[in-house]
Write a protein that binds this ligand. Structure first.
Ligand code: 13P
Length: 258
């Protein structure tokens, strides 16, 4: 049985110490005691130290949204995984479509970052997903297969079970256009079948696959009730404590009823 994981990806929407404190102090009491779901807040770098101090004795883990693949050196503007680890970051989002599209991150770069994250003992959340045109051209599965093969190149079975995959169809991100639970489940089943081929069935069964893209309180439960959807990576709705709590409770309910 896979434990669902809900990640709040704040992107660059909330990142000052003051707003971080304000949100988290409201949020913590709302989810206190929930241990059936892994809860992660992925905040901008400027919020991480503040967030860690507030979250350290709670059931909420800290995540970052990006990192570089070296520990130290002349890489102006980049952030070392060692720095993140030292300030209490546990999870790292890699390969988000905004990193791929806006900052031109390639599968090869993401693969390097992934190996580095694993060797630093950060828990990677690796995003994959297709553009709208690719879906309309019937290329979704081809794109997903390519991303899986390239992003997870030379990753061992033992390492793979530490990785969380986030299927985020790009046309559903920030658009209010969610994939239907059936559309998402179809791709999650496909991803699991690829993992089963690449590794084996037991490994494929252990890996958590989140859905991401316009998850809201009113659609979360239907998504999480699908057998292969193990929680979600939430953008817009993670900025407010009430909506994020609602989504976490939907994941909690999906275990209790499922
Ligand atoms: P939205 O929930 O705002 O669509 O963002 C999804 C996302 O990109 C999470 O990483």
């Amino acid at each position: 049985m896979r434990k669902p994981i809900i990640g709040g990806n704040w992107k660059m929407n909330r990142g000052t110490p003051i707003e971080t404190k304000e949100m988290l102090e409201k949020f913590i009491p709302l989810v206190v005691g929930i241990d059936t779901v892994d809860i992660v807040i992925a905040a901008p770098f400027t919020a991480l130290i503040t967030a860690y101090e507030i979250l350290k004795n709670t059931n909420i883990k800290l995540g970052a949204q990006n990192m570089y693949f070296e520990d130290k050196g002349a890489f102006t503007g980049e952030i070392s995984p060692e720095f993140l680890k030292e300030i209490g970051v546990e999870y790292i989002i890699l390969g988000h479509s905004e990193r791929r599209d806006i900052f031109k991150e390639t599968d090869a770069l993401i693969n390097k970052k992934l190996k580095k994250a694993l060797s630093t003992d950060l828990k990677p959340i690796v995003c994959i997903g297709e553009h709208l045109e690719e879906r309309e051209m019937g290329k979704t599965k081809e794109i997903i297969e390519h991303q899986i093969n390239e992003t997870f190149k030379d990753i061992s079975k033992e390492a793979m079970i530490k990785i969380i995959i986030a299927y985020e169809p790009i046309w559903a991100i920030g658009t209010g256009k969610t994939a239907t639970p059936e559309q998402a489940e179809e791709i999650h089943i496909f991803i699991r079948s690829l993992l089963s081929k690449k590794f084996d069935e037991e490994t494929a069964d252990l890996i958590r696959i989140q859905y991401g893209g316009s998850i809201k309180p009113n659609n979360a439960e239907d998504l999480f009730n699908k057998e292969n959807i193990d929680g979600g990576l939430v953008g817009g709705a993670s900025l407010e404590s009430d909506s994020l709590t609602h989504i976490i409770k939907a994941a909690d309910k999906s275990i209790k009823t499922g």
